[in-house]
Ligand binder design. Structure first.
Ligand code: UGA
Length: 434
C-alpha cells in the first residue's frame, strides 16, 4: 500500500520503517530539512536498536521528504505521528496535529484514511475528521481512524514489529478493512472499537502502568521503614497472574515522554469534565516525590552536600535510549549544582543532550570507573548494563568515600557485605559499613 507518515519522531519514524519492512511503500514527512537529509543517508535521528539497519534494508520502499503535498497527494493511508506535548496546565498540546491536518487537507487528491497514532485526548479523532473535511481543497472522501501506538523506547522496533495488540478505532467497516490491510502481515491480536474507546485505551494503559510504578515505589518506601525487601515483595506479588511481574521495579520514579505527560493529560481531561481522577493524581504526586528520594537519602550520610564530589551514573530516563525527557537526573543535578557539588557524570549515550541543557558545571567521563574517581558519593539514576556489572571492589577502589545510593536497584545488597562500601537502594535496608 502507499502510505505517508507525518512526523519522524519515535512513533512516526519507527512506524514508517516497520511498515516498509512489511512491504508497504512509505514516505515519511518532516519539516526539518537537515533531519530529512540524514535519514535519506540511512542515519536515524534517534538512538534505537535495529532502526538504522532496517532503514538501510528497506531504502527502496522508504523515502523521506519535506514536500508534504507530494507525499500526501496520492497516499491511501496517512499516519499522523507528531508529538502532543504537555501544555503548562497539563493538557495535551494538539498544535502539531492540527498543523499536519491542514497540510493534509490542502494536499490530498484522492480518497484516503488518516490514522492518528499520536496520543490524543478522547474526542480528537471526531474533531479532526470534521476539521479535515472543512479544509479539503479537492473533492475527495477522507476518514479518520484511531490506531494508538504502544511502543516503548529502547525496544521500539521490536514492539512495532511484534506488537502486544493492534487497536483500531473506527465506526466504519470500510476504514477497518483498510487498516486490516495495513497490518495484514502482523501477528498480533486485533481489537476493533469506536474511536473514543481506542483513544481511551492508550491513556488508560499508560496511566495504569504509571500507577503500578508509583504503587510499588510507595510499597518500597514502606519496606524501608519496616525492614522488608521490595525485590522479594515484588517477586512474591508477581507470581499472581492477576498482578503480573512486569512494571513492579521500584526505583526513583518514572520519566520519559509518555507517562508524565499522559498522566497529567488524563487528570486534566477528567477535571475538564468535572471529575477528579484521584488514583492518577496520586500516581503523579508519588512520582514527583520519588524522584528526589536519593537526595533525601544523601542527607542521611552527609549533613551538608556542599562541596562534595558526586559521581552520577546514568542521565537518561531509562537505559537503551538517549532521551532525557522527565529523567530524574534533570531534577537532581540542579540541586547538586546549587549545593556547589562537583559533578562527575557518566552516561553511554545521554551526555550530548545533557550537555546542551547544562553546558556548565558538570564533568563528563568515558567510563563509570573514571566518573567514580575520588568521589564522596555515587548516585545511580539509570540501570545501564555497564553499571549493573560494576563490582563492589570497583566502588571501593575508585571512590574517596564509597557511599553508593542506587535509584534503580542494580545490585543485591548482600554483595556489599564485608566491603567498605555503604550501599543504599530503594525499598531495601542499607548495607555495608556504617
Ligand atoms: C511507555 C510505555 O511503556 C509504552 O507502552 C508506551 O507506548 C509509551 O510509553 C508511549 O506512550 O509512547 P516508555 O516511556 O518508552 O514507554 O518507557 P517505559 O519502559 O514504559 O518506562 C517509563 C519509565 O518508567 C522509565 O523511567 C522507567 O525507568 C520507569 N519504570 C518502568 C520503573 O520505574 N519501574 C518499572 O517497573 C518500569
Amino acid at each position: 500500500m502507499k502510505i505517508a507518515i507525518a512526523g519522524t519522531g519515535y512513533v512516526g519514524l519507527v512506524t514508517g520503517v516497520c511498515l516498509a519492512e512489511h512491504g508497504h511503500t512509505v514516505v515519511c514527512v518532516d519539516v526539518d530539512k537537515e533531519k530529512v537529509e540524514r535519514m535519506r543517508q540511512g542515519i536515524s535521528p534517534i538512538y534505537e536498536k535495529g532502526l538504522d539497519e532496517l532503514m538501510k534494508k528497506n531504502q527502496d520502499r522508504l523515502s523521506f521528504t519535506t514536500d508534504f503535498s507530494g507525499a500526501y497527494r496520492d497516499a491511501e493511508v496517512i499516519f499522523i505521528g507528531v508529538g502532543t506535548p504537555e501544555k503548562r496546565d497539563g493538557s495535551a498540546n494538539l498544535k502539531y496535529v492540527y498543523e499536519v491536518a491542514e497540510q493534509i487537507a490542502a494536499s490530498v487528491e484522492q480518497d484516503c484514511v488518516v490514522v492518528i497514532k499520536s496520543t490524543v485526548p478522547i474526542g480528537t479523532n471526531d474533531k479532526l475528521e470534521v476539521f479535515l473535511r472543512e479544509h479539503l481543497i479537492h473533492s475527495v472522501n477522507i476518514f479518520v481512524a484511531s490506531n494508538p501506538e504502544f511502543l516503548a523506547q529502547g525496544t521500539a522496533v521490536r514492539d512495532t514489529l511484534y506488537p502486544s495488540r493492534i487497536v483500531i478505532g473506527t465506526e466504519m467497516k470500510a476504514v477497518e478493512e483498510v487498516l486490516m490491510r495495513v497490518y495484514e502481515g502482523f501477528d498480533a491480536p486485533v481489537l476493533v472499537t469506536n474511536r473514543k474507546s481506542a483513544e481511551m485505551i492508550k491513556y488508560a494503559s499508560n496511566d495504569f502502568l504509571a500507577l503500578k510504578i508509583s504503587y510499588i515505589n510507595e510499597i518500597a518506601n514502606l519496606c524501608e521503614l519496616v525492614g522488608a525487601d521490595i525485590e522479594d515483595v515484588a517477586a512474591g506479588m508477581g507470581y499472581d497472574e492477576r498482578i503480573g511481574s512486569k512494571f513492579l521495579h521500584a526505583g526513583i520514579g518514572y520519566g520519559g515522554s509518555c507517562f508524565p505527560k499522559d498522566t497529567k493529560a488524563l487528570h486534566w481531561l477528567a477535571n475538564f469534565h468535572d471529575y477528579e481522577m484521584k488514583t492518577v493524581k496520586a500516581a503523579i504526586e508519588v512520582n514527583d516525590h520519588q524522584k528526589l528520594r536519593l537526595i533525601k537519602k544523601a542527607r542521611k550520610y552527609y549533613k551538608e552536600l556542599k562541596g562534595l564530589t558526586v559521581a552520577v551514573l546514568g542521565l537518561t530516563f531509562k537505559p537503551g535510549t538517549d532521551d532525557l525527557r522527565e529523567a530524574p537526573s534533570l531534577v537532581n543535578i540542579p540541586i547538586l549544582l546549587d549545593e556547589e557539588c562537583r559533578i562527575q557524570a557518566w552516561d553511554p549515550v545521554g551526555e550530548e543532550k545533557f550537555q546542551e541543557r547544562f553546558p556548565e558545571g558538570i564533568e563528563y567521563y568515558e567510563t563509570p570507573e573514571e566518573a567514580l574517581e575520588k568521589a564522596d558519593l555515587c548516585l545511580i539514576f539509570t540501570e545501564w548494563n555497564e553499571v549493573k556489572t560494576l563490582s563492589p571492589q570497583c566502588y571501593q577502589t575508585h571512590m574517596r568515600h564509597p557511599i553508593v545510593l542506587d535509584g534503580r536497584n542494580c545490585y543485591r545488597p548482600e554483595i556489599f557485605q564485608g566491603t567498605d562500601v555503604i550501599y543504599d537502594s530503594v525499598g531495601r535496608g542499607a548495607c555495608g559499613k556504617e
